[in-house]
Ligand binder design. Structure first.
Ligand code: FE2
Ligand code: FE2
Length: 423
């Protein structure tokens, strides 16, 4: 395969990866394959810094292992100026092709030499080039070290230096795309999350309910061999199963006594309202969420709502959502009931095998009972959630107030404290 063929195959390979970490590892690996470099690293421009993202070093990996080499760089960043080799290249857009780092009079590589000393490594030939997009934006820098031929360190070959700009442009575009993809995905999940929280805020009974059912659903997904992506979609769509409660009046949603027939009919509409809120979604995740919203109250024997679907005609993710929803409701306090004991929950779930619930899923539930019960115990209503990315818990006023006070010591609220407490 000549260089051009190699370059094309590299382009195809790197354009098929959207995970940024995986992508950068692949870009670095390909750059090293093409150039014969023993080691290399990639820095990306972030704000006013060059942040280290990927490192490979055959010599050190043999000595220390792959993970340890990555650790050498973790949380490492350089200022975006000419004080470092990578910074110099990022700022000037120049390519540095140096035969011997230690005999180079043009640039002072003291920081790099220090790193060499600290890690008992010796750099000789070095090729550093910017990752420039077609819009001439430098998104990062690749630093390749010690080109090797027959075990000997040699200067970087002109044949690679010639094609390197094409390689760099392809890599830069792939990086920009991966970043865009992540941005879109993050904002998408943010919206999904906020919808779940909105529904949660309406329903006083279920402070931790959505987190627990989402986690329990993932246990089913794992047992059923779902892919990583399918588990991810399952987690988020089950978290949104009751999004339709946004459309149910408070007087019914939080009524402590039994519902009248008419109230029950309105309550049951939350499945359809959820279906409407999520209709015509373009993303697969929201399409799954719509299925879950619509079908999580169907029963295996066809007596559920809203469509009286039966058996396997209820989508699997709907059957999973249905089972975790009931399991969690039974074991939690509700306006109309106290939490049931572990034994009572197990008995009721088993009684529903084949009637209310998919019998195969009940088998999975019983086989993995402790995993489900642990989730139930771990995320108790009313406790503080430590995971930053998930805050569906109604914020306690006192906590919020403490936070405000800490952040703004000199701030006095314009409304009276007593008014805020009501909020
Ligand atoms: Fe529901
Ligand atoms: Fe629920």
């Amino acid at each position: 395969m000549d260089f051009l063929d190699k370059l094309i195959s590299v382009g195809i390979a790197i354009n098929s990866v959207v995970d940024l970490e995986e992508l950068l590892d692949l870009i670095l690996q390909k750059a090293r394959d093409l150039s014969g470099a023993d080691a290399g690293s990639i820095y990306l421009v972030k704000d006013k810094e060059l942040v280290f993202f990927a490192a490979q070093n055959d010599t050190l990996e043999k000595r220390l292992g792959k993970e340890e080499v990555k650790n050498l760089f973790r949380n490492f960043s350089l200022s975006l100026d000419k004080s470092s080799v990578a910074g110099y290249v990022a700022v000037t857009g120049e390519v540095l092709n140096i035969e011997n780092v230690y005999e180079n009079s043009q640039h002072d590589f003291w920081a790099h030499k220090q790193w060499d000393r600290a890690n008992n490594y010796r750099s000789k030939s070095m090729l550093v080039f910017p990752l420039t997009t077609p819009k001439q934006e430098v998104v990062g820098v690749i630093q390749l070290i010690n080109a090797k031929e027959n075990g000997q360190i040699v200067p970087f070959k002109q044949s690679f230096v010639n094609i390197m700009p094409y390689f760099a442009a392809q890599a830069a575009v792939a990086i920009v795309n991966a970043r865009l993809y992540h941005e879109v995905e993050a904002s998408h999940l943010d919206t999904v999350f906020r919808l779940g929280v909105a529904a949660e805020y309406r329903d006083k009974e279920t402070a931790f309910h959505i987190k627990r059912v989402a986690k329990m659903a993932v246990v089913f997904g794992q047992e059923l061999g779902f892919s990583k992506q399918a588990l991810h979609n399952l987690y988020w769509s089950v978290a949104m199963h009751d999004v339709g409660k946004l459309g149910v009046p408070d007087s019914i949603l939080n009524k402590p006594g039994p519902l009248t027939d008419q109230e029950r009919a309105i309550m049951q509409q939350h499945t359809l309202i959820g279906g409407y809120i999520l209709r015509n979604a373009r993303s697969e995740l929201l399409q799954d969420a719509q299925i879950v919203a619509l079908t999580h109250h169907e029963k295996y024997d066809g007596t559920g709502y809203p469509a009286q679907l039966k058996g396997e005609s209820i989508p699997l993710i709907g059957r999973i959502a249905g089972i975790v929803d009931v399991f969690d409701a039974l074991s939690s306090v509700r306006v109309y009931k106290p939490p049931f004991s572990e034994e009572k929950v197990r008995k009721i779930m088993l009684e529903g095998k084949g009637t209310h619930f998919d019998p195969d899923l009940i088998d999975i539930l019983l086989e993995n009972w402790d995993k489900f019960w642990d989730i139930r115990q771990k995320y108790q209503d009313g406790q503080k959630i430590s995971e930053k990315h998930w805050v569906p818990q109604r914020l306690c006023w006192e906590e919020l107030w403490q936070e405000i006070k800490q952040n703004q010591a000199n701030w006095t609220p314009k409304v009276k404290n007593s008014d805020l407490v009501k909020w």
